[in-house]
Design a protein around this ligand. Sequence first.
Ligand SMILES: [Zn+2]
Length: 117
Amino acid sequence: MENKCSKYEGLFIFSTEEELMKHLEECPDCRAEHEKMQKVSNLIGETKFYYRSKSNRIRKLKAVCALALFMFFSATFGVVNNDNELADSLMYGDTLTAEDLGFPVDSYGLLMVDDEF
Ligand SMILES: [Zn+2]
């Protein structure tokens, strides 16, 4: 596969979930990309209640910072590898998309994929 499909990010951000899913059916490249995104989404899902229960912007920023710190320390100290519960939720978690979670997908979610995978 020399010509890797590059539509995924665009579809993810700009199109409906229906369109995205339709493309995923026929495009193995984007399916692989989507699986990575699911893992990130599930991680984000762990902290979703912060976003739902607090409506003001500063709280959201704090939650984003906390999540970023969590990701950093997880990667640094191997928490993700050693925490069975978290590993299970990564492997068997639900199929919520980042969009379902009402997240700023464009910057955060995709950035994590680029950096972490
Ligand atoms: Zn594609």
